[in-house]
Design a protein around this ligand. Sequence first.
Ligand code: ADP
Ligand code: ZN
Length: 570
Amino acid sequence: AAHRSDSAVTQPLHILDEVFGYNAFRGQQAAIVEHVTGGGDALVLMPTGGGKSLCYQVPAIARHRRGQGVAVVVSPLIALMHDQVGALEEVGVHAAFLNSTLSLEEAQHVEREMMSGRLTLLYAAPERVTTPRFLAQVDSLHQRGLLSLFAIDEAHCVSQWGHDFRAEYLALNVLHERYADVPRIALTATADEHTRADIIERLQLQDARVFISSFDRPNIRYLIVEKDNPRTQLLRFIRDEHEGEAGIVYCQSRKKVEETAAWLNDEGISALPYHAGLDAAVRQRHQDRFLREEGLVMVATIAFGMGIDKPDVRFVAHLDLPKNIESYYQETGRAGRDGLPAEAWMAYGLADVVNQRRMIDDGTAGEEFKRVQRGKLDALLALAETHECRRVRLLEYFGEHYGEPAPAAGPSQDGRSLLGGQGAHGVPTPGAGCGNCDNCLNPPATWDATEAARKLLSCIYRFQQHGGGFGPRAFGAGHLIDVLRGKRTDKVAQYHHESLSTFGIGADLSEQQWRSVLRQLVALGHVVAEGEFNTLGLTDSARTVLRGGVSLQLRVATETKRGRGAKAKA
Ligand code: ADP
Ligand code: ZN
């Protein structure tokens, strides 16, 4: 029975149809399945919902049917293991998991099934896979030719640059060292260059073929609004666009999660809180309700979401800025897994920028790490501030050029060539937008803010030169705007700022317009807000602007929209 290698039942397409009831592979699935079934290593970068599971399940079944034994699937998520094993057993594939939820007897039964080679797929958490006891069992399978492949799911967990670093993943390099002849397939939905390079290096996938799918999620509409009264903005968004639909609202703090959930309920929108500070039983209950019931809104910290496979989440809203673009992509990606229209909405303001910068600065990490984090934050801010297509920007971050076909993973594209820093994609096609983001649907007006920016920057510069009898001092946003607009406040009098050459030079712009300019200058990295009072300072790049070396096109502040909202409420 061990030598049916050329029979039809071991053919991937046959397995896809017979076992899963699908008649065609999607995207790169066919190439991946063929490569891994044939014994090759692979790194698979595919967006959430793209169909990663079949990429190792079909090869596992094919190789099992050829007498090659058991596939070991490393997965960090117990809930996901349960779901997958249940679904596999239902379609007649012998699969099991080993984790802490099993009794001793159950675990022993699974181990017997594994050791006999009868099992097709075994799921286990990384910390279990790397124990001496488990490795001894795998050794025995290996010696008997009954170890068909390793699949490493959520492979980005090996990277400390990612949003979900798990130290247990580091030990998985043992798989390559001990079982070099056994094919390995690592999979992730996170694909920025840092993370990708980390996965290749730490899991020793230098010789693996890399399969990159397009990360575009065409059914998700991206919307980023200026933060004004965020709760009201959120409520309006839900009421106008998503009444009675399931959604996730992300907040940064537990307190804000609780408050926002309570407030939504008061406003007649069924919402549940979810954060790591809640009792495990409560968390489980809320998660189960969210999955089972219709139209619930989950208000959560980022503790919620990984491995949550609810297909009909119609919106993901961010009340606070995520850490970086990967997080934004990952979190918004939980919307619309069923392929139907869904929205990713975010309210964003100056305080978000300042908070995120401070969290990095105050962190205990080393300088190099902070530098990378700052770069990542800047990329996210650029996405938030852009007046061009959000999708183009988002995909660009993942090295993809919107509108061009996803690159074929040719044989030259292995882990080594990617580590060499070679881009995986061709040249950009400028100009084309997606037609399904706020900027495409409603192109924002822009204006030449070079002059205004120079006024603002030189006003900060004056503060630093002239503290008003107290020596050089720094001031916050409110005072800066008062001085620019020539307002004679007590503070202006106290520091004699009416005598500054910049006093009143910005009377032509409203306070809100100045706030918008300031926020964009902070986002662009020309101005920093520091310390307990968010006092403003200039960066080196501000000098270039001051000297007139660059021209700045900024978004027009969305005053009209606010007016409408305020009226609608009144
Ligand atoms: P991922 O792990 O990449 O988020 P999944 O493996 O959970 O994605 O697949 C997402 C959904 O797409 C699942 O419901 C799966 O059954 C379905 N799917 C995957 N591949 C195919 C295919 N070739 N044909 C039809 N449906 C597919
Ligand atoms: Zn667009």
